[in-house]
Design a binder for this molecule. Sequence first.
Ligand SMILES: NC(=O)c1ccc[n+]([C@@H]2O[C@H](COP(=O)([O-])OP(=O)(O)OC[C@H]3O[C@@H](n4cnc5c(N)ncnc54)[C@H](O)[C@@H]3O)[C@@H](O)[C@H]2O)c1
Length: 298
Amino acid sequence: MRWCHDIWCLYWMSISRWWGARSPDPVRRSQGMIDQRFLDGTDPNVRSGQQDMSEILVGVFGANGKMGTEVERAVRASENLQFLAGVDVGDDREDVVEAAVVVDFTTPDAVMDNVEWCLSRGISMVIGTTGFTAERLATVRKLCEENHGTGVLIASNFSIGAVLMMSFAEQAARFYPSVEIVELHHPNKVDAPSGTAVTTAQRIGAARAAAEMGEVPDATVHDGGARGAIVEGIHVHGVRLQGLVAHQEVLMGATGETLTIRHDSYKRTSFMPGVLAAVRYVVKNPGLTEGIESVIGL
Ligand SMILES: NC(=O)c1ccc[n+]([C@@H]2O[C@H](COP(=O)([O-])OP(=O)(O)OC[C@H]3O[C@@H](n4cnc5c(N)ncnc54)[C@H](O)[C@@H]3O)[C@@H](O)[C@H]2O)c1
């Protein structure tokens, strides 16, 4: 019966991709090119246990922003999520009080108040807003415990490619004495280095520490500011350029060779499969989840 199941899976994947690729809706069309099973929660790698088609009511904070707008569009295009309402500055948060999950893409200044508001009402959250320090994460973890049953998933990057980039960089870290990160974004981004660059540096730094690699080689004594920020001992360089969306290179070097791991998000739709999978995951997984690695089975 195993071959029967495999043939059915292949048939379902082809139909899903064919259907997605021909949809008149550009969001669903682009989603269809990725993997519809991942988006509709039937991918076995999406460990939500949410394999049924029941609808999850979703609200959005930061609804008028670049990411919030995409999230609303993606939720509306999704088969088993239902868009409830969007809230931006000046709107009443009560509009989303019936939501099972609120997705937050606001600002580092606004997000903690939103977390308290949602969790005290039993609403779970998926958060893409950056600026989560260890202290803030501890506060969120505590709030989850106090509001039993609520879940919060915080990810500095919801793009599958970016998550893979971080994982590959972490794997490669122990083989290369030199490593630097270059993050490149649109000029409207308010924070630098990006949350993704910070997370990448932290993960590389931890891998290097575990391998007892010591400091990266660098003879610079006169720094005019060109060596960038230093996160966990890793130099991080930020570029802000019109025309870009979100990009990152991890450069690694050893004697006689370099390895470059690069990821490019050309459109904000690239973050949506991860956001939708996180929404399905968080309703089934109380407490704090950091990153989407566990969601996609990494
Ligand atoms: N995790 C990821 O994958 C990912 C991807 C892109 C951006 N981001 C982060 O997401 C956040 C938003 O990014 P963006 O590009 O959409 O920014 P944006 O400036 O386009 O949107 C932010 C929106 O939040 C609104 N806002 C501010 N305070 C609010 C509040 N208290 N309640 C409701 N709405 C409020 C603003 O009015 C604005 O419309 C940033 O922190 C950014 O770094 C994360």
